[in-house]
Design a protein around this ligand. Structure first.
Ligand SMILES: [Zn+2]
Length: 112
């Protein structure tokens, strides 16, 4: 599978995923305009659901059953979640969309 990079919807340039912030608006390193992750909530939720599922299967495969399965799956899903997010950032980068500036520049009359 080929690694994919997040892409700026405004200037179409691709950049490293470390520039991406899932929660807050961030600046495109190429054109310096503000971007944010579209559907960032679902990006995070789908990641944690995937992590829970993988974790559940792994713990089940290791022989955990009943209450232990739930307990172990919850614990194991945390490192798996980071792995899933890491994987998604590399191979399924979030869709980006233009954002307004996080600071309310209208108040200062600086809005372009
Ligand atoms: Zn850009």
């Amino acid at each position: 599978m080929r690694e994919r990079l997040p892409k700026c919807p405004l200037c179409k340039s691709e950049f490293h995923y470390r520039h991406v912030d899932l929660e807050l608006p961030f600046r495109c390193p190429a054109c310096d305009r503000w971007l944010r992750v579209a559907h960032s909530y679902w990006y995070a939720v789908s990641g944690s659901l995937a992590a829970m599922l993988i974790s559940g299967f792994v713990c089940f495969g290791l022989g955990a059953r009943g209450g232990y399965l739930v307990l172990y799956a919850l614990f194991a899903s945390i490192p798996i979640f980071f792995f899933v997010v890491f994987w998604k950032m590399h191979f399924a980068p979030p869709k980006l969309e233009p954002s307004t500036t996080p600071l309310d520049t209208n108040v200062l009359g600086l809005n372009q």
